[in-house]
Design a protein around this ligand. Structure first.
Ligand code: GDP
Length: 366
C-alpha cells in the first residue's frame, strides 16, 4: 500500500471530496467539517487500518492507548483485541544507556541498517521527561533524522507520565499494535538509568546496554542489576582518539560479566565496541542479536520468556484494575483520609488499617 492510500483511508478531507462546497463557507459548515474530522472511528476501522499498514491510524490508536480517558481506554482495548491475533511476529529489543551515550545515534545507524536489509522497524521511546514537556524526546528534531523519513521505520515517543505500571502497559500495547501493522523489529528505548529498565526488560526479547569508555569508575557507574539484565553490551563512541579506551573498557566489562551467574537463556552476553557515528560495529551488534535468536529459539528460552512475560502482564493488569477499583470506591474515598490520620498518629498499625479498608471494600462485592 502506498502512502497515498494511507492518506485516502485516514483523511476526512478525501472522504468528503465529492461534497459540493458552497462559495462562502458558512460558520455551520465549518462546524460540520470539524465534527467530521473528529469523527469517531470504530475499533474495527482502526484495526483494519492498522492491519493494512496505515500509519496514521496506528498513531491514533497508540494515542488512544496512552489516553487516560475511560472512553479511549475501552476503544483501545477493543482495537488491541482485534490486533492481537496478528501480533507477536517481531523481534523486540530494549535499548538503554545513560543520556548522551548515543542511543538515538545508535538507533538511527542500526535502524537504517535494518531497513536496508528489508526489515520494518518501529521505535518506541519511553521519555521520562515528557511529564514536563510533552514528547520532548523527539521534539529535538536532530534525533534520528534519516530514520524519521524512512518509510520502513516508525518512530513514536511514549510519554512515561503516570505510574511505572501504566507506562509498561501502554508500551506493551503499543508493541502489539506495531506488530499488527507489520513491523517485524521493535526497539523500545529507555532514557536513563532508573527502574524503567526492569520494566522494559520484562517486555523485550533482547536487552542491549550501551556504555561509554573512559567515564572514570565505569563499573560502579552503572547499576549491577542493569548489567545483569543485558544480553549484549556495546561500548559506543569507539572512534577517533577513543578507540583504545573503548577496547580496554570492553575487556573490563567482559571480565566483570564473567562474575555474574549464567543467564537462564544459556546465552553469554558479548561485549562489543561500536561507533554509532561512523557505523563501525553496528552490523556486528545486529549479528549478536541474530545469534541470540538462533540459540534461544533452539533451546526454547525465547518462547518460554514470552510466555512468562504474558503471565507477568496478566498479573500487572490484575494489580492495576484492583488498585484503581479500590481507590475509586466511594466508601474507600470516604474512609481513607481518616485511616491515614490514624496510621500517622500510631493509633493503628498500617497493616490493620489496610486490612480494615480492604474488608470495607470487600463488603460491597460479597
Ligand atoms: P542519547 O542521549 O543516548 O540518545 O545520545 P545521542 O545519540 O543524542 O548522542 C549524544 C552525543 O554523542 C551527540 O552529540 C552525538 O553526536 C554523539 N555521539 C553519538 N554516538 C557517537 C559515536 O559513536 N561517536 C562519537 N564520537 N559521538 C557520538
Amino acid at each position: 500500500m502506498s502512502d497515498n492510500d494511507h492518506h485516502h483511508h485516514s483523511s476526512a478531507l478525501q472522504v468528503n471530496a465529492g461534497v459540493p462546497q458552497p462559495e462562502q463557507v458558512s460558520k455551520s459548515s465549518v462546524e460540520r467539517f470539524k465534527r467530521a474530522r473528529r469523527k469517531v472511528r470504530t475499533a474495527r476501522e482502526y484495526a483494519d487500518g492498522i492491519l493494512a499498514g496505515n500509519r496514521i491510524l496506528l498513531s491514533q490508536a497508540i494515542t488512544l492507548v496512552e489516553s487516560s480517558r475511560q472512553q479511549h481506554h475501552e476503544l483501545a482495548q477493543d482495537i488491541i483485541s482485534q490486533c492481537l491475533p496478528h501480533a507477536g511476529n517481531s523481534v523486540r529489543i530494549g535499548i538503554t544507556g545513560v543520556p548522551g551515550v548515543g542511543k538515538s545515534t545508535f538507533i538511527e545507524a542500526l535502524g537504517i541498517h535494518l531497513t536496508a536489509l528489508g526489515h520494518k522497524l518501529a521505535v518506541l521511546a519511553i521519555d521520562p521527561s515528557s511529564t514536563r514537556t510533552k514528547g520532548s524526546i523527539l521534539g529535538d528534531k536532530t534525533r534520528m533524522e534519516a530514520l524519521s523519513v524512512d518509510k520502513n521505520a516508525f518512530i513514536r515517543p511514549s510519554p512515561s507520565s503516570g505510574s511505572l505500571g501504566g507506562v509498561a502497559r501502554k508500551t506493551r500495547e503499543s508493541i502489539i499494535l506495531c506488530e499488527a501493522a507489520g513491523f517485524d523489529v521493535i526497539f523500545v528505548e529507555t532514557v536513563g538509568v532508573g527502574q524503567s529498565e526492569t520494566t522494559v526488560h520484562g517486555m523485550v526479547d533482547f536487552f542491549l546496554l550501551l556504555m561509554l569508555a573512559g567515564a572514570g569508575d565505569e563499573l560502579q557507574g552503572i547499576k549491577r542489576g542493569i548489567m545483569e539484565m543485558a544480553d549484549a553490551i556495546c561500548i559506543n563512541k569507539a572512534d577517533g582518539d577513543n578507540q583504545q579506551a573503548a577496547q580496554r573498557a570492553r575487556v573490563e566489562y567482559q571480565n566483570a560479566l564473567h562474575l555474574f551467574p549464567p543467564a537462564p537463556s544459556g546465552w553469554t552476553p558479548p561485549v562489543q565496541t561500536c561507533s554509532a557515528r561512523t557505523g563501525t560495529g553496528i552490523k556486528e551488534a545486529w549479528e549478536s542479536v541474530q545469534k541470540y535468536l538462533i540459540k534461544t529459539r533452539q533451546n526454547g528460552f525465547f518462547q518460554e520468556n514470552r510466555m512468562e512475560q504474558k503471565n507477568l502482564t496478566l498479573h500487572e493488569a490484575i494489580d492495576d484494575i484492583l488498585q484503581s477499583d479500590f481507590y475509586n470506591n466511594n466508601k474507600i474515598k470516604a474512609s481513607l483520609p481518616q485511616m491515614q490520620k490514624a496510621v500517622r498518629g500510631d493509633e493503628v498499625s498500617a497493616y490493620v488499617a489496610a486490612r480494615q479498608l480492604v474488608d470495607l471494600y470487600d463488603q460491597q462485592h460479597s
